[in-house]
Write a protein that binds this ligand. Structure first.
Ligand code: ATP
Ligand code: MG
Length: 341
């Protein structure tokens, strides 16, 4: 094999790239800043993220993905091209790519991701469903006949599935995830304090004091924005306990879909899940109290995986070892990858 194999986790919130033998080498916000008049790209990743909410009539900041699927093909392609080149340098010879995909993506949406990657000059593309990648990244052997339930809560989507024998026995996806909790903060401070805040302020506040259960040590965070009545700068000192109520809606929505999936899970696999507990991954798995909240509702243990926010990327990276098995058409080997280009 000539060149370097890479794995790409193209998320709503972030783009992450894993290089064989090196690990994760790109972990950047999936945002692009463009000049309004001619759509010319002026910044990507963290540099563009720093402009979010601080733009003028000249510059806008765009997320090329919405709820896990590409909404702006040209910008998604642009950001992929830039980062793939960055990791490959001049030595990169048409790499083979594994891409993690949301489990309930349509054929057209999948095609868009594969086309965006292949147009960058990639030789072959393999896909892996996000919950399967997340399980591998969490250190689980997915190829055995044993059920594992993974729930990956990212920025724009929550993907969940029961994995056995390298594939999904059942899966569900919903458009509620980290950004929904940011929105809940924005709406809450507007409603309660007539204060208008931006999405970055909301996210910082969520990470600092947000949660779905009471903390042993209450915390306070100062959110700054604009008074909706006077138009003047204003701030409010938010208590961590205030956010529990606005967070109930998105948290319960995730639980509702999870319960629906559990009801349809084959009994043998459900038995395995009951013993092992649910594995939670994705950036939002780190939201304070969410594991306990879900565990209380479904009456099963829930564990947040180590390095939850990068499990999908690590798993997609580690699944590259299955490419050789696939190429050699090895008999009797369970393979979580599908060749898509
Ligand atoms: N410590 C934390 N507490 C709460 N939320 C967090 C924390 N760290 C990161 N997040 C949230 O995790 C989300 C990003 O997670 P992740 O990187 O898994 O998303 P993604 O893979 O880009 O999105 P998706 O899989 O939905 O397309 C963001 O909404 C971010 O605010
Ligand atoms: Mg993700």
């Amino acid at each position: 094999m000539i060149g370097t194999d890479i794995a790409i986790d193209l998320g709503t919130y972030g783009i992450k790239i894993y290089v064989d033998g090196k690990g994760i080498v790109v972990n950047e916000p999936n945002v692009v800043a463009v000049r309004v008049e001619n759509e010319e790209v002026i910044a990507i990743g963290s540099e563009a993220y720093a402009m979010l909410g601080r733009t003028s009539d000249r510059v806008k900041v765009i997320r090329p993905l919405v709820h896990g699927v590409i909404s702006n093909f040209d910008l998604a392609r642009y950001i992929l091209d830039r980062y793939i080149r960055q990791v490959g340098g001049t030595r990169m010879v048409m790499p083979r790519v594994v891409v993690s995909l949301p489990c309930q993506i349509t054929a057209v949406e999948q095609r868009a991701v594969v086309n965006a990657i292949s147009s960058v000059g990639v030789r072959r593309v393999y896909s892996i469903p996000e919950p399967v990648a997340a399980a591998i990244g969490a250190g689980i052997d997915v190829c055995t006949p044993h059920g594992t339930l993974v729930i990956d809560i990212g920025g724009g989507t929550t993907d969940m599935g029961v994995i056995s024998l390298g594939g999904l026995s059942i899966s569900q996806s919903l458009k509620v995830a980290g950004l929904s909790f940011d929105d809940a903060i924005i709406r809450y401070v507007r409603r309660t304090y007539d204060l208008i805040i931006g999405e970055r302020m909301a996210e910082d506040c969520k990470i600092a004091i947000g949660g779905v259960l009471d903390r042993p040590q209450p915390a306070v965070y100062r959110v700054k924005g604009r008074d909706a009545n006077t138009g003047l700068p204003a701030f409010v000192d938010l208590q961590s306990s205030e956010l529990i109520e606005p967070f109930l809606d998105p948290a319960l929505e995730i639980v509702r879909v999870l319960q629906g999936m559990l009801e349809k899970t084959p009994p043998e696999l459900l038995g395995d899940v009951y013993v092992d507990g649910i594995v939670m991954t994705g950036g939002t798995a780190q939201l304070y109290g969410l594991d306990q909240f879900i565990s209380d509702k479904v009456k099963m243990p829930v564990h947040v995986a180590q390095d939850a926010d990068i499990c999908v990327t690590l798993g997609a990276g580690q699944s590259m070892k299955f490419i050789e098995d696939m190429d050699n058409k090895q008999y009797g080997v369970v393979n979580p990858l599908s060749e898509v280009y």
